[in-house]
Design a protein around this ligand. Sequence first.
Ligand code: SF4
Ligand code: SF4
Length: 206
Amino acid sequence: MRLPKLRELKEAVTAVFSPRFTTRFPAEPCVVPEKYRGKPEFDLDSCIGCGACVNVCPTEALTQSESDETNPPTRKITLRYDTCIFCGNCRDNCTTENGIKLSNEWDLATLDRESTIETCEYELQLCEKCGAIIGTKKHLVWLYEKLGPMAYTNPSLLIAKTDELLTKPPDSPQPPLSAKTAEASETSDFMRILCPKCKCELNIRL
Ligand code: SF4
Ligand code: SF4
């Protein structure tokens, strides 16, 4: 019986003179490892509002909603990090690879759950004929930049290269092509889109 007691005493004395294995938080900030998976954060320069991250989120911490009552129509992507399990699916499946990252921020406790909601908003491109949602304008521009000149060869692919895509107003018909030469219009001034709903082919002027 005496031997185990001596062993415990030895362990206790050794522990007193050993370095600490715990942190001094909250007296000192807690430094997390480099690849720590903390609060997801959008990078608004890289995020195109495609919604791929919403589809792979297992807890519905990410959701999206569309509204055509706003002018212009918009898509909202909402993050509720109080229901996030920090799995990293959104980051791993991001279309642009940099649209959302898991930060090192871990101290997220709050008494106000509403403060855990963050929203990003993106302008939508609608079909001029049937009003169906084609995608966010940022997504269309991103696709064009990825595809380059090849994009115009297929109407189901999206073509754009401009900061802003302008749809032709329905009540102001475009001038004939000959008149447009005065404006030095070229094929690259347009993008062609196949509406996913009514299959109408649209020419959108940049
Ligand atoms: S880390 Fe996981 S749970 Fe959290 S928002 Fe991303 S996909 Fe959803
Ligand atoms: S998948 Fe990436 S680019 Fe698309 S909405 Fe999510 S964060 Fe943005």
